[in-house]
Design a protein around this ligand. Structure first.
Ligand code: 3JN
Length: 338
């Protein structure tokens, strides 16, 4: 079997670690694997397929001979090092926002627009969408194909793992401190305490009153699915460790009953429908964490408009929302494009 040398950039972060375990789990045809990170974490030891590997410094790594780069180092680092890797012949799947809206870079969710992958030839870079966008477009795709979505209103309930390892620690430490009289752990990663709280801000504010996270969902969905869809989003951080949840409300051009939507979603790739109010059957983020599917529950009519539907969409933000989606793109590359 042909094997491909792979570099994981940002290997020590939440997403980098998840990328390594997914490459292993899915038996990706990896030849050599290079783990790369900033100078700060270079030297860290990590295991891949029972082999101990030492993380190398990205700044002086030569990408010649590496076929695929799975990048998740932060936007400003990708801005510099993704084009450098691509120039050396390494096809980059980049998980940051830096290239997502570049017209010469495809923005890909394999269940939704696999055809766009071919455009990687323009710059040698493929962008992985934002985690909140990915799970939403997976669920929108079969409904859009069947009834043409006109408008989407989404509210998110995002886990702290999306904000990095320090954010996970912050929720843990504030929760422990809550039970110790006189002890308080002040917010660092977030603007307010996240323990027993909700924070209606993810990423920074823009002049239009939206946050960057909200505008990412709007712009990325239009690029991936259809530029004619109108969307508005509210993104909220919740005290959940892992897996993002979303209430997604849609209006379609043609009528679609909840039963039809349920059948379309159940037959669509990457989706598991978990929806039976009679038996109190629905998904929660704790159940979705560590799993690959995008789960859909609470599928029902929106009575307030003519052709409206509402649903609850949950997925592991580090897996389908980041690492798994990137590895799936790499699987398409080696199967159909190399
Ligand atoms: O907060 C979340 O749940 C998702 C965070 C995503 C994120 C955080 C920092 C920088 C991104 C992203 O993927 O859009 C970026 C970025 O690449 O700009």
């Amino acid at each position: 079997m042909q094997r491909f040398n792979v570099a994981v950039v940002g290997a020590t972060g939440n997403v980098g670690r998840e990328m390594l375990s997914i490459l292993e789990e899915r038996d990706f045809p990896v030849g050599e694997v290079h783990l790369l990170a900033s100078e700060r974490t270079a030297g860290t030891r990590m295991t891949f397929r029972d082999e101990e590997l030492v993380v190398k410094n990205l700044a002086d790594f030569d990408f010649a001979g590496v076929r695929i780069g799975l990048f998740s180092p932060g936007a400003s680092v990708s801005a510099v090092h993704a084009p450098r890797a691509a120039a050396a012949g390494c096809v980059v799947v980049d998980n940051t926002s830096f290239f997502r809206m570049d017209p010469e870079v495809p923005l890909v969710v394999p269940e939704v627009n696999p055809g766009a992958i071919a455009e990687y030839k323009k710059k040698g870079i493929i962008a992985n969408p934002n985690c909140s966008t990915i799970q939403m477009v997976v669920a929108l795709k079969p409904l859009h194909d069947a009834a043409t979505i006109r408008r989407v209103v989404v509210a998110t309930y995002q886990a702290v793992s999306g904000a990095g390892k320090a954010a996970i620690d912050e929720l843990m430490e504030q929760t422990r401190a809550f039970y110790i009289p006189g002890k308080e752990v002040l917010p660092k990663k977030f603007t307010k305490p996240i323990c027993f709280n909700l924070i209606p801000q993810i990423d920074s504010f823009l002049e239009n009153g939206y946050t960057k996270e909200e505008m990412k969902m709007v712009n990325e969905t239009r690029k991936i699915l259809d530029p004619n869809i109108r969307l508005t989003a509210t993104t909220v951080r919740v005290p959940v460790f892992n897996a993002h949840s979303e209430v997604v409300t849609i209006e379609t051009e043609r009528p679609l009953s909840p039963e039809q939507a349920r059948a379309l979603l159940a037959a669509a790739p990457g989706i598991e429908v978990v929806d039976d109010p009679a038996t109190l059957t629905y998904i929660t983020p704790r159940e979705a964490a560590g799993r690959d599917a995008t789960f859909v529950s609470r599928i029902r009519q929106d009575f307030s408009v003519e052709n409206g539907l509402q649903m609850w969409v949950v997925s592991d933000n580090l897996r389908k929302g980041a690492a798994l989606n990137a590895v799936q793109i790499a699987e398409h590359l080696v199967r159909d494009h190399f």
